[in-house]
Design a protein around this ligand. Structure first.
Ligand SMILES: Cc1ncc(COP(=O)(O)O)c(C=O)c1O
Length: 410
């Protein structure tokens, strides 16, 4: 008969057999046991430069400062955060955001919402609509299990389908209308959006909570003044829609949008309640390039905390290094990865398994086996390439977090 898991752990610890690879619960600097990945316990306490590579690392001091800074900024501006988990997909980070004062966590995919809920995250808002009958049923099952789940809708037929599935599941589901800013998704602002909100309000088994209005195009506009103007102008029609909803007696309890590039101006949009900020926890080369309010070309509001550590595999050719981190470790997004401490290096992750660095000048000499660290091009898709994230303080691994919803794109 197999031993129950707790006895099995004690047994293995007592015999010393496989003790190194078995998870024996012990506190790890304030993080819950369940957040420490069993197979990686060996890595806790080692130097960041000893981790097997390529390794996704997050600097915990920087991460914590980013979360605190965002929270303080929006509090001062009289709004809230509802951070987007599409960036980190990690229950442990969602928990840090909620503990800092976030009013909820957004997800882009139903699978993300399911995985985070299974890991104990409850105030979830799915910002994309679900259209297929199977997904609609899954979403309403989730709404039944998790009374804090909110689902976005942007079409009348979809609202009717959700209502029917909610009735079948025996739940009244919280709904927000996704009102478009630009052309990606959502119902255009105006009469049709108000009519959809009215329909949601009258359909049985649905409860209208307000509206979403995320402007993806505004986030990376270069230069603060241009970004601010775009963010505020882009939402004017959405503000009118919200006011019409209010006049019609509909709930506008939620008026959510905004991101890392616009968090500091979005409170100037009348009625706005919260920003769905994602990338600010990690930052990346794309965000660093958008420019700061003080005119600096680098966006300095948040600190780059997410890096990939790689190993130099080949240094034999002048002005050239080969690493073990290619497209499968860093993606092909642009701008290319930034080599930490080496502004003169160009990193091309063009091969599947290899990265090629070219340079005319380097600040140090790199031998085969040396580690090298990169800021990632765009944080969201890089995170989705890894099963786990190494939480590092100073140079020491403090925690290894499973990336809870990694690959949960359905
Ligand atoms: C709907 C929605 N909200 C919020 C975000 C987060 O944006 P950012 O990472 O720019 O903060 C995104 C990112 O794509 C998004 O699609």
């Amino acid at each position: 008969m197999p031993l129950p898991p707790s006895s099995r752990r004690v047994f293995l610890a007592a015999t010393g057999a496989a003790a190194a690879s078995v998870w024996i619960p012990r506190p790890v600097k304030g993080y819950a046991h369940t957040e420490v990945r069993a197979a990686s316990l060996d890595d806790v306490g080692i130097s960041k430069w000893e981790i097997d590579t390529p390794a996704l690392c997050v600097d915990l001091d920087r991460l914590e400062r980013n979360i605190a800074k965002m929270q303080a900024a929006v509090r001062k501006n009289g709004i809230a955060t509802r951070p987007h988990a599409k960036t980190h997909k990690t229950a442990a980070i969602a928990r840090l955001q909620l503990a800092a004062g976030a009013i909820g966590i957004c997800t882009a995919k139903l699978g993300e919402a399911e995985a985070l809920f299974a890991a104990g995250i409850e105030p979830l808002c799915m910002t994309t609509s679900n259209l297929s009958p199977r997904k609609i049923r899954r979403a309403m099952q989730l709404a039944k299990a998790n009374r804090q789940f909110i689902q976005a809708v942007d079409a009348a037929g979809n609202a009717r389908d959700l209502s029917a599935a909610a009735r079948e599941a025996g739940v009244t589901a919280d709904i927000v209308v996704d009102v478009a800013v630009g052309t990606r998704s959502g119902i255009p602002p105006g009469d049709d959006a108000v009519a959809l909100a009215k329909l949601v309000d009258t359909l049985p088994n649905l409860k209208l909570r307000g509206l979403l209005s995320y402007d993806g195009g505004a986030q990376h506009v270069n230069g603060f003044a241009a970004r601010k103007e775009r963010a505020l102008k882009g939402l004017e029609g959405n503000v009118e829609t919200r006011e019409a909803m209010k006049r019609a007696g509909l709930s506008t309890e939620i008026f959510s949008g905004g991101g890392t590039g616009t968090y500091s101006v979005q409170h100037l949009t009348p009625g706005f309640t919260d920003v769905q900020v994602g990338s600010y926890v990690f930052m990346d080369m794309q965000y660093l390039a958008i420019g700061s309010e003080d005119g600096d070309a680098v966006y300095k509001d948040f600190e780059p905390s997410l890096t990939v550590v790689a190993t130099v595999l080949n240094n034999r050719f002048p002005g050239r290094l080969t690493t073990d981190a290619g497209a499968k470790a860093l993606t092909l997004n642009v701008p290319r990865p930034g080599v930490v401490g080496e502004p003169g290096m160009d990193y091309n992750p063009g091969s599947d398994e290899f990265g090629v660095i070219t340079f005319t000048e380097a600040r140090r000499t790199y031998r085969m086996g040396d580690r090298i660290e990169m800021i990632v091009p765009h944080c969201d898709p890089v995170v989705n390439l890894y099963d786990q994230m190494y939480g590092v303080r100073g140079d020491k691994v403090e925690v290894v977090w499973p990336i809870t919803a990694r690959g949960r794109s359905q």
